[in-house]
Each structure stands twice: as structure tokens, then as C-alpha cells.
Design a protein around this ligand. Sequence first.
Ligand SMILES: Nc1ncnc2c1ncn2[C@@H]1O[C@H](COP(=O)(O)OP(=O)(O)OP(=O)(O)O)[C@@H](O)[C@H]1O
Ligand SMILES: [Mg+2]
Length: 386
Amino acid sequence: MFSTTQKIGILGGGQLGKMLCLAAANLDLKTYVLDASPDFPAGQVCTGFVAGDFKNYDDVLAFGREMDILTIEIEHVNTDALRELERLGKVVHPAPDILDLIKDKGLQKEFYVKNDIPTARYELFDNEKALRKAVESGAWQLPLVQKTRSAGYDGRGVAILRTMADLDVKLLTGPCLAEELAPIRTELAVVAAQNAAGEVSVFPPVEMDFHPEANLVEFLLCPARISPLEAAEAEALAERVIRTFDVCGLLAVEMFLTTDGELLVNEVAPRPHNSGHHTIDSAATSQFQQHLRAICNLPLGATTQKSPAVMINLLGEPDYRGPVRYEGVEACLSVEGVYIHLYGKAMTSPFRKMGHVTVTAETPEKAIKKATFVRNTLKVKSDSKN
Ligand SMILES: Nc1ncnc2c1ncn2[C@@H]1O[C@H](COP(=O)(O)OP(=O)(O)OP(=O)(O)O)[C@@H](O)[C@H]1O
Ligand SMILES: [Mg+2]
């Protein structure tokens, strides 16, 4: 039943939390955020802010006791407390057990294989020494991708090992997995949603291009430059993946379209995703509203893309650290179809995600052209240099 007095508790107060709160306000849904500081992005727009640590059992339990529905904007939260909250009758989406599975890239890969979901071939290793041995003995050949099993974020838990020398400088420590390097033609992300009644909807695939140094998505295009058949296959795969995980809420499915035209699932995120930000300005329903509809068991919204769009992340310029200053805002705002979203982080640092811009146009080419102008014009700096 629809009720605007239900309290939605969000673990994490970053930009994803902020945009969830903004979307909730449109339906007069009440949002409460748990994170370290009300100065974080979501603290400025939520109904209520609770200071605490979302990784801490007691903090999450105390926070959740006051809520009706709990959700997340970051995976690395205390799932034991979420399980206890479920036992206490709270609605928790995504389910804590699924969160635990997804948080561990090893378990995630096992899940794909077990459920016949296409993914790059892999092997688990207890630590980096065991992986090194496997390479030295020829059991694994270079190039390969090493991923730490947990705590990966923004590419930080990923190393692409191409040469034996890379083993000395790039090898990451701890339990890990080795994965075959996929011959990627296009990196795709498909954001899917499922509500508690089992209704599923899928946004059109987006194409992701990466910043080589920061390993963050720098440029995202929707619709992706793939064939209609490939798009339909990617959407069908995302639907199968969300149904198999049985996630309630959003599930962003990152995929590789290989040079052979094969789709491989890379990883999933059970929450709003960077690759869905363009939906705020260019889709019939935003991913944030879709997540809220799903976790409140409301009918899902249409996922139609209204016009081609490019999304770029606004990253802190490499040489600046300190109180943030934005350059070029006016010049970008004077261009039609440019939508600037600043997250409200007081301090910038190299490659920190400070905001994003969605650019819409009649054609993908025009959107790319305008986005390139924005990329060259809008700069995140500080008065103090690094
Ligand atoms: N098997 C693979 N073959 C080729 N490239 C890969 C492979 N696995 C990962 N990559 C590259 O590394 C990037 C980061 O990998 P992944 O998405 O698994 O890590 P992550 O740390 O969770 O990143 P993020 O949080 O930014 O999504 C991928 O987007 C892709 O460009
Ligand atoms: Mg990823």
C-alpha cells in the first residue's frame, strides 16, 4: 500500500544516496540516511540524517529499528545487522544474503557458473603467491586479470597483468581470482529493476568508456552503439541475471560485448549505478525513482530513452586538492541539453567524483560533440594545488 509516512532508511550518504533522496521527495517519501557526516552529499537533502558507521553492527541496527524499509547506496555495509532487522520485520532490499554474495567477487563468479550465466573463465586463489605460482608454472598464461575477492571499488581491486614484470609491481595482495582477459569490443551496463511482486523492467544498454588512469567511467552513451539484436540480447541477459539473483530493487549488470559478438557478465551492483545517471534527464523514469518504486513495491516506470544522451563524470582535476571551485559552469549551462549535477562535496582531490553532466541531443553524434565541449570546459579545481 502506498504511504508517504513510511520511513525509508538508506545506508550511505554519498551522491547515490543524495539522488535517491531527491527522487523520493517527488513522491513525498521520507528518507533517512546513515553515514559519518551530514556534510556528505545526501545529508543536504534527506528528511533526516543519522551520524554513524554503516559497517558497524550496532549503528546499523539502531538506525534500522526506526525505519520501515531499508536500502543501500553502497555494498559494503553490515549485513548481519540487516539480517537481524529482517527478523524484526523490517523490509530490507536488496536481501542481505544476496549482498554478501555480490560483495565477494569469488562467490559472484561461482554464482554465474552455477546458473549458466556467461562470464569470463576464472579461478580462485588463496592469495597472490598462489596466483604467481600458477603463472610461473604455466597453469595460467598472461595476460590475465587479477581481482581481489572483496573491497574492490572503482577499479581499485583490479589489476591487468600483461608481463612477468607486472607480477612484481601490479599484483594485489590477499584472496583473489584470476580471470581471462576478455577481448572487449564494447563495455555495456544494463540497469534492471524488480519489485517485490516480481515485475521486472530493464533500461536500454549503455556504452561505457573508461578513463585510463583513474579507472572510472568517464563517458557513457545511451543508446549504446551496438546492433538492435545485440541490445535485445543484452537486455534479455540482464533480465535473466536479476531474476536469478532475485534482487528486489535495482541491479546494474556490467557486461562485455566481445569482438566475437559474445556477451559476458562482468559484475553486478544491487543499487543505483553510475551508468544510470543519464536516466534522470533522458529517460521516462530515472533509475533512482525506479529503485524506490521497486523497494516500495509500486508499479515500475517506463524505461524508454527519450533522446540520445551522453553522461560524463565530473572528476577532480589531477593537480588540485582542497576546497572545490568549478570552472566553466556558465559556458556549459548556456548550451541546450546540458544538465549539470554537482554532488555538493566540499573538497576536491584528483579524480574524485564531484558530479556528473548529462548531455542530450537529437543524435548520438551531436550528443558526443556537446559532451566533448563540456569535458574541455567544465573543470573541478581548487585554489590550492596538489
Ligand atoms: N575479464 C576482463 N577482461 C577484460 N577487461 C576486464 C576484465 N575484468 C575487468 N576488466 C576491466 O576492468 C574494469 C574494472 O573491473 P570491475 O568492473 O570488475 O572492477 P570494479 O573495481 O568493481 O570497478 P567499478 O567499481 O568501477 O565497476 C572493467 O570495467 C574492465 O574495463
Ligand atoms: Mg565494474
